[in-house]
Design a protein around this ligand. Structure first.
Ligand SMILES: Nc1ncnc2c1ncn2[C@@H]1O[C@H](COP(=O)(O)OP(=O)(O)OP(=O)(O)O)[C@@H](O)[C@H]1O
Length: 730
């Protein structure tokens, strides 16, 4: 009996040890798999690096980094830029990037939205022998690019799920045998990772020395630290491994240094030349508007803004949080006389395309969209981007707002913010990688009533801040702001003019909020942001004897609670239900010091919100001059049929309109000098006819109202206004 017990005891021990060992084996096998994967990656990386080093690069005539020097292709490049792309001069970094690509180097380009990234790979694609492969994430983006290039007479095609059989056959034959005329081929990343047929044809094309370059557009999608990670982008590293001698150019508008490192590793371009342009968009006026909790009030304000500031149907975008909200906002704007359409992912592709086209051609003024109205919106003359709700990160906001003013003319970006919108977003993003951290960054941006908005972008993207010259509400605002130290109950006026210290008997708001939550937690209760505000207000009221001056409005209490979340005094917690995810506010890591009064929590409050109705005067001056408006009308006329109707901006670019209106050519020779070869004689004579009639009308050579916007900086009586010439960045 005793023996049996001993045996059973030992058996248990052995079984438990076996169980342990199995666990260890599993851990070791997992680790082994990880190491194998890493080993393969490192080998590929090493090989790619060696091959890149051995590639014959003809840079002997210049120092390796002197990409602005002279190169054998200079003349041809200038001719192509001017006569094919209709671009009179390069913008910052474009020439250098083109030279690096033409020299056969791998290149990473970080350039602000609208900075002119496309030219950096399209021009070398035209100049180099063979076919350039462009990987781009979105069908709509690809369609726009292909149509734009075709309108310029460049043989560009796309190979996607929408490509018809005949075109597909043509493309495959051209890749295979080099027979057809094809310079730029656009594909989605799925084509690379999923189509063996395509990859084998590409292989053949490369083998025959006909693959001229590889461009990866929106390259931030490679990195899971970026704001738009696409799993299929992860597989693009294969391109450098299979075609190591073909120059690769990766382009994006936004990439923090972490994202840059990540995507260089993923694409296997460790020795690439990096061109990082400033994120600065000096022509954009940034503003955060206090958002009323009453939906109709917000719509009234937006309607007033659009109809007063942009009465001539100037284009704009309004971003909303949800599909339902999009439809509602568009409907209410239409009821108030604004021509607005909605756009979201729930609509079928044909409908979406129709709406996009209507707006692109200026037939509707506003698109009310969700994030689905995203990459690939390259209308240059968007004059305003309004965020009806908070974005989910600084990167997303920078990208979305950056769709304004891509033509370089003054434009406005307004974000309607109320702290009550934070839980709506946080309950959506909390499960994403760094989702909450990213959201809290944009919330900090919104809560600030003092810091320069442009400065926030500079800091976020690791750039040294520059003065925004009054191009944001906080820098343009001249109002005084009071500072309430809600921990200590002090109040003083900003700008060091006057400091008022309130009665120290005044209880501090932070302590009340923290102790309320502490009590609730002890009783196993929870509160949402709005419930906590109500509890605070009733507690405050119950205490009775407070100084009126530090009594906070409901919105200010919300703002304070959000500040406490940002400061880790409180935190958000999430709970899933069958239908939604609820966000609750609970005690954060630093609640104790806050309760003991050892943490100063500041709240920024504007004295009078109506005084904060600062506007960008630059944006108003950015409207078109008389002549520009006529040329724009002509653009619409010229592009009213055929393929030009689909891509009207290729017919007469904003840049060309700007050049025409400043240089006013009146003969065919003058015209060609200013904007290069025009598409057909019919186009040329129409433009000349218009220029002559404008000239004769007397308004031609004189000073136009719109000439004002060409002044780089105009000092007015009350404020500095920066007005950017459309060719400013050239
Ligand atoms: N050197 C230049 N001079 C004048 N206009 C230019 C120049 N380069 C590009 N553009 C114009 O600027 C506009 C924006 O260019 P592009 O579409 O390449 O921007 P992008 O950097 O790709 O922006 P996004 O990141 O928003 O897609 C286009 O209308 C383009 O024709």
């Amino acid at each position: 009996m005793e023996d049996e017990e001993n045996i059973e005891g030992e058996l248990l021990l052995v079984e438990s040890q076996l169980h342990d060992i199995q666990g260890q084996i599993k851990t070791l096998l997992d680790r082994q798999e990880e190491l194998y994967e890493r080993q393969a990656q490192l080998k590929a990386l090493l090989e790619a690096s060696k091959l890149t080093r051995n590639t014959t690069i003809n840079t002997s005539s210049v120092a390796p980094e002197d990409w602005s020097g002279s190169f054998p292709w200079d003349l041809e490049a200038d001719d192509t830029r001017f006569n094919i792309f209709g671009i009179s001069s390069y913008r910052s970094n474009q020439r250098e990037i083109i030279n690096a690509v033409m020299s056969g180097r791998d290149v990473l380009v970080i350039m602000a939205a609208g900075g002119g990234k496309s030219l950096c790979y399209q021009l070398p694609a035209v100049l180099r022998d063979g076919i350039a492969l462009v990987v781009s994430p979105l069908l709509s983006l690809i369609q726009d690019q292909v149509m734009g290039l075709s309108a310029l007479g460049i043989p560009a095609y796309m190979l996607t799920s929408t490509t018809n059989k005949e075109v597909e056959k043509f493309i495959y034959k051209t890749l295979d045998k080099g027979e057809g005329e094809l310079k730029i081929l656009y594909v989605t990343p799925e084509k690379i990772s999923k189509s063996k047929r395509f990859m084998s044809k590409l292989e053949k094309c490369h083998h025959a020395g006909r693959l001229s370059l590889i461009a990866i557009d929106e390259a931030h999608c490679c990195s899971q630290w970026g704001h738009d990670f696409r799993p299929d982008y992860k597989n693009l590293g294969i391109l450098k491994i299979q075609f190591p001698s073909v120059p690769m150019i990766a382009l994006t508008a936004t990439a923090t240094s972490k994202v840059q490192m990540d995507l260089m590793e993923m694409l296997h371009i460790p020795r690439c030349i990096k061109f990082v342009s400033t994120v600065n968009r000096p022509n954009l006026f940034y503003k955060v508007s206090e958002k009323s909790p009453v939906g109709k009030v917000v719509i009234d304000e937006i309607t007033k803004f659009i109809s007063e500031s942009y009465p001539n149907n100037e284009s704009g975008i309004i971003y909303c949080f949800s599909r339902k909200e999009c439809e509602q906002v568009a409907k209410e704007l239409r009821e108030r006389g604004i021509s607005a359409d909605y756009y979201h992912a729930d609509m079928d592709i044909v409908n979406r395309e129709k709406i996009h086209m209507r707006w692109s051609k200026g037939k509707s003024q506003v698109i009310v969209g969700t994030v689905a109205f995203g990459m690939g919106i390259n209308k240059p003359d968007v004059r305003f981007v309004i965020h009806h709700s908070l974005s989910k990160s600084m990167e997303t906001y920078y990208q979305e707002s950056g769709r304004a003013g891509r033509d370089g003319l003054p434009s406005e970006c307004i974000l309607y913010y109320r702290p009550g919108d934070v839980p709506r977003q946080s309950s959506m993003v909390f499960y994403e990688n760094c989702g909450l951290q990213n959201l809290y960054d944009i919330v900090r941006y919104c809560q600030s009533k003092r810091s320069c908005r442009h400065g926030a972008f500079f800091r976020h993207f690791g750039e040294v801040p520059q003065d925004c010259n009054g191009m944001c509400d906080n820098c343009a605002s001249t109002i005084e702001q009071k500072d309430i130290d809600v921990t200590w109950g002090k109040c003083f006026l900003f700008h060091d003019i006057l400091t008022v210290i309130f009665s120290t008997s005044c209880l501090d708001h932070t302590k009340i909020i923290v102790s309320l939550l502490h009590d609730m937690q002890l009783n196993d209760q929870r509160a949402t942001l709005l419930q906590l505000v109500d509890k605070f207000k009733s507690k405050w009221k119950g205490l009775g004897s407070f100084n009126e001056a530090v009594d906070l409005r409901k919105e200010e209490v919300e703002q304070l609670i959000v500040n406490l979340i940002l400061d880790n005094v409180l935190k958000e917690e999430f709970q899933h239900t069958a239908y939604s995810t609820n966000a609750y506010v609970t005690l954060g890591a630093l609640w104790k010091p806050a309760l003991q009064g050892n943490r100063v929590v500041k709240l920024e409050i504007a004295i009078a919100s109506k005084d904060r109705d600062v506007r960008s005067k630059g944006a108003k001056r950015g409207r078109m001059s008389d002549l520009e408006a006529k040329l724009d009308e002509l653009r619409r006329d010229l592009s009213s049929t055929g393929s030009d109707a689909i891509f009207p901006h290729a017919v007469l670019t904003a840049q060309q309109i700007s050049l025409l209106s400043s240089q006013k050519p009146t003969t065919p020779a003058e015209l060609e000098k200013v904007i290069g070869k025009v598409k057909t004689r019919k186009y040329g004579s129409k433009i000349i006819e218009l220029m002559r009639s404008h000239d004769n009308s007397g308004s031609g050579r004189g000073k136009e109202a719109g000439d004002e916007h060409r002044a780089k900086k105009i000092k007015t009586k009350d404020e500095d206004v920066v007005c950017v010439e459309s060719s400013e960045e050239e």
